[in-house]
Design a protein around this ligand. Structure first.
Ligand code: GTR
Length: 443
């Protein structure tokens, strides 16, 4: 019996199979992650209480917020999510150019040198001021409220204005911009202009400025070495990062603050009414920039989702595991450690929203953008309201999720636009409506 067994003859083949399996087996392989986009599967959760200090003490006054609760939350967000906020550096405007822009606007371009010496990193800022034909007697018209946002494809993709400079460095490939080899193309001019209604904002008396985020951190897992961080004394080797090392979002937020340093020196800009806006990953960035720099008078998050306005504890749409795997460079290394552990997190994203208080905050979602969890963004705004209430201000003014295209709000504004993930003129018009009320002229 034994000798008739086929086993001995098959042994070499079996051995080979086992060897092959061992060679191809990835010890870290995990089953593919499943994403929940079904509201009925959201489980009950409890959010960390906003109004407490480091020793669990209750915070009941604006003073307590400023000196106890807010610094505690900033420390937690820096250490656990975004990483440290790089310190300011001197900003020098070079190659300043002025000309006429779309709709009779006045264009200013400037290359801002961020730090000392010709090798310091630089960012190109593109700014449009309202036309001089605006009624000069309009109160406050001499100094304009200003929207500032970072962009994804280079300033030239944001407008068809042929005078706009084209980035020299790495840019993401993209269907819309037609970029296929990570080099900016003149052919991309205006391909993302639907995201930035310059003349409509100008007609309402707003200046509007943009810069390309890749100027300070190319948006790639290995972008750190080419980022501004080494010039600021931070590690460039991905393998040697401190747990609270600044990520790309902190670096982009630093870029926004440095641009603000320059904007407030311009006589045409109202330094008390600069509004930081961002879409998607740059919405996360706008929230973090506004948190760290209280000179931003108002903050706008458009469809910022996971790591932005959306509550992690709902486990709806994008997750910490997925975002820190696909975009490991956005956050500090500590953040990845919270993957799958939302209930244990000492914070949630309502904390990030509350960092804007008592300044006006606008959160925008899109109905079809389930990946960014519109309802989770709304509920984070509801949960952030106690920070405004401490200052005697109303937060959202409602706890009911609004119908599409029906903005709601008090000191916090919110809308869920019908349609897909994008930043559209309709969204900007709502930001402008809210800003007109929240940051009145001639304050
Ligand atoms: C997605 C990412 C989101 C969001 C988005 C964007 O791939 O999962 O967190 O930031 O990119 O920036 O468009």
């Amino acid at each position: 019996m034994l000798f008739r067994s086929p086993l001995p003859r098959l042994l070499p083949a079996l051995f080979l199979l086992v060897l092959l399996a061992a060679m191809t087996h990835d010890a870290h392989a995990q089953p593919p992650e499943e994403f929940n986009e079904d509201e009925s599967k959201v489980e009950a959760y409890t959010l960390p209480d906003l109004l407490v200090g480091p020793d669990g003490e209750e915070v009941t006054t604006p003073e307590g917020w400023r000196t106890v609760a807010r610094p505690r939350w900033m420390e937690i967000l820096e250490e656990q999510e975004y990483g440290r906020r790089p310190a300011p550096v001197p900003v020098t405007a070079e190659k300043v150019e002025r000309g006429e822009g779309p709709g009779g606007t006045r264009r200013i371009q400037a290359r801002l040198r961020l730090g000392q010496g010709p090798d310091a990193p630089a960012t190109e800022v593109l700014l449009y001021l309202p036309p001089l034909s605006l009624p000069p007697d309009r109160p406050g018209a001499a100094r304009f409220p200003t929207f500032l946002h970072l962009n994804f494809g280079g300033n030239h993709a944001e407008t068809a204005d042929p005078a706009v400079r084209i980035p020299a460095g790495w840019v993401p490939n993209g269907k819309e911009t037609g970029v296929t080899e990570n080099r900016a193309l003149a052919a991309s001019r205006g391909t993302l202009a639907h995201r930035w209604p310059i003349d409509r904002l100008a007609a309402r008396g707003f200046a509007t400025a943009t810069a390309y985020y890749g100027d300070v951190f190319p948006d790639r897992a290995d972008g750190r070495a080419e980022s501004a961080l080494p010039s600021l004394g931070y590690e460039s080797d991905r393998a040697r990062l401190a747990p609270d090392e600044p990520g790309a979002i902190s670096t982009w937020a630093w870029q926004l603050s440095r641009i603000l340093d320059w904007l407030v020196t311009l006589p045409e800009i109202d330094p008390e009414r600069v509004i930081v806006v961002g879409h998607s990953r740059l919405g996360k960035t706008a929230l973090w920039a506004g948190a760290g720099d209280e000179r931003f008078a108002m903050v706008v998050s458009n469809e910022s989702g996971c790591g932005g306005a959306a509550l992690e504890r709902r486990n709806f749409g994008e997750t910490v595991r997925r975002i820190t795997t696909v975009f490991p460079h956005w956050f500090c290394p500590n953040f990845a450690g919270w993957a799958g552990r939302a209930p244990e997190m000492p914070f949630d994203q309502h904390v990030l929203l509350a960092m804007t208080a008592p300044r006006p905050l606008y959160v925008a979602s899109a109905a079809e953008d389930l990946w960014a969890d519109p309802r989770g963004e709304f509920l984070a705004a509801v949960a952030a309201a106690p920070a405004w209430e401490l200052f005697g201000k109303e937060g959202l003014g409602t706890a009911d999720f609004p119908a599409p295209d029906a903005p709601v709000g008090g000191s916090i504004g919110y809308h869920v636009r019908s349609g897909a993930h994008d930043l559209l003129a309709w969204d900007w018009e709502r930001f402008a409506d809210f800003a007109e009320k929240a940051l009145p002229r001639g304050r």
